[in-house]
Ligand binder design. Structure first.
Ligand code: KMT
Ligand code: NI
Length: 173
C-alpha cells in the first residue's frame, strides 16, 4: 500500500498514477476513518471478519477478460465520486488498483492497493475506485448482511444520514 495526494492537474487517464509526490501515512488514513492491513494468511481475514461481523464475502475480478466489452464503461462507473451506507471492505487477491478517498480538506488521497492489502472505507466517506494501467484486479468483498452497496453519488448524497454521521465523526470532530 502506498498513499499520496492525487495530482488533479495531471490530465492523464484515471488509471495513470497521478502522483503528486506528497506522501500520506497510514495514520493520515486513520484520521479519515480508513483502516488498512497487510494480510498474508486467510486466518487473519477470518479473524477480522468475525470481530467486525462480516458474515458474507464474494470475489470480483475487474479486467477486460472478466468483463468483456463493458470493461471500459464499468471502470468509468467505479470512478464516479460516491459513498455507501455500509463500510466498503476489500481484500486484494491479485493484481492492483487505486482507491481514492477525500480527506478533511476535500483533497483526493490516492491509495495504491496490491495483493494481500486489505482496506476498510467507513460508511459515508466520499471515494472512488479505478484499476491501474495493468487493467487487472481481483478482490474479495466482505459485507455484514445484505450489502447496502448502492453508490450514492456526490452531491446528491450530501444530505444522507450516513454522510452527516461521517462528517460529525471525522470532519467536524
Ligand atoms: C468498488 O466498490 O468500486 C468495487 O468493488 C471495485 C472493485 S473492488 C477492487
Ligand atoms: Ni464504493
Amino acid at each position: 500500500m502506498r498513499a499520496y495526494v492525487y495530482d488533479i492537474k495531471d490530465s492523464a487517464d484515471q488509471r495513470a498514477p497521478h502522483d503528486s509526490g506528497i506522501e500520506k501515512s497510514q495514520k493520515d488514513l486513520e484520521k479519515v476513518g480508513v483502516l488498512y492491513w497487510h494480510i498474508d494468511s486467510t486466518d487473519e481475514i477470518d479473524e477480522i471478519a468475525k470481530k467486525r461481523g462480516y458474515k458474507n464475502r464474494d470475489t470480483i475480478t475487474v479486467s477486460c477478460d472478466a468483463m468483456g466489452p463493458s470493461y471500459e464503461e464499468k471502470v468509468k462507473s467505479f470512478f464516479a465520486e460516491h459513498l455507501h451506507e455500509d463500510e466498503e471492505i476489500r481484500y486484494i487477491l491479485d493484481g492492483s488498483g487505486y482507491f481514492d478517498v477525500r480527506d478533511q480538506q476535500d483533497v483526493w488521497i490516492r491509495i495504491y492497493m496490491e495483493k494481500e492489502d486489505m482496506i476498510i472505507l467507513p460508511s459515508g466517506i466520499y471515494h472512488r475506485f479505478t484499476t491501474d494501467e495493468n487493467n487487472y484486479i481481483k478482490a474479495m468483498r466482505l459485507f455484514k448482511e445484505e450489502p447496502q452497496w448502492t453508490p450514492l453519488n456526490r452531491p446528491l448524497a450530501d444530505d444522507n444520514k450516513y454522510r452527516k454521521d461521517y462528517v460529525d465523526k471525522f470532519i467536524n470532530a
